[in-house]
Design a binder for this molecule. Sequence first.
Ligand code: HEC
Length: 168
Amino acid sequence: MKNTAIVIGVLFLLTVTASGVMVYAPIEKISQKVKSEGYLPYTTDEAVSLAYERCGTCHDVDKVLLYCSRCGPPFIVTIHFMKKYIELANLDGGRLEPLTDAEAVAISQVWNGLIGNWEGDWRVQDMRKLLGSDQALIDLLETPVADRPIELSLADKAAPGSYKEQTQ
Ligand code: HEC
C-alpha cells in the first residue's frame, strides 16, 4: 500500500514537472523573439548571455575579449561588420541567424561596457560612414552612454579574459 502511494506520488510529480517544462519552454522562446524584435528591452544579464552566444559562433569569443582601441574601430562599427559577415556566410550557404537591430544594439552595449567604448576617440562622421544605412546602430551612436541602460549597468564590470580599456 505504502509503495503504491510512493509510486503515485512520484508519477504525479513527474507529470507536473513535464507539463511545466512544456508550457515554460515555448513562453521562453516567445519572450526571446519579442525581445530580439525590440518590443521588450533586454535585461543586462540576458544581453550578456546573448553577446557571448552570438559572438562566439564563427570565431572564438576570445577574438572579442582581446579586441582593443588600438585594434580597430569601436564595437558599434565592428558589430555592424559582423552583421555583414553573417549575411555573407548565409549567402554562401550558411544557416546563421541574422542579428536583429535590437540584438545588435544590446550586444554593442555589452562589449562597450565590459571591454571598452572608444567612440569618443573617433570622429562621428567617420563612424557614421562605416555604419552605412544601419539606422539602429546610428541611433545608438547618437545616444549618450548615460542613456544606454545596458552599457551603463556594466560600466564598472570587466569581462574575464579581457583588458578593459580605460578610455572614459
Ligand atoms: C558570420 C560569422 C561571424 C559572427 C557571427 C561574428 N563574427 Fe566577428 N569576425 C568574423 C570574421 C569573418 C572576422 C574577420 C576575420 C577574422 O579576423 O577571423 C571577424 C573578426 C572579428 C573581430 C576582429 C576584428 C579586427 O579587426 O581585429 C572582432 C573584434 C569580432 N569579429 C567581433 C565579433 C563580435 C562582437 C561578434 C558578435 C556580434 C562577432 N564578431 C560575431 C565573423 C563573425
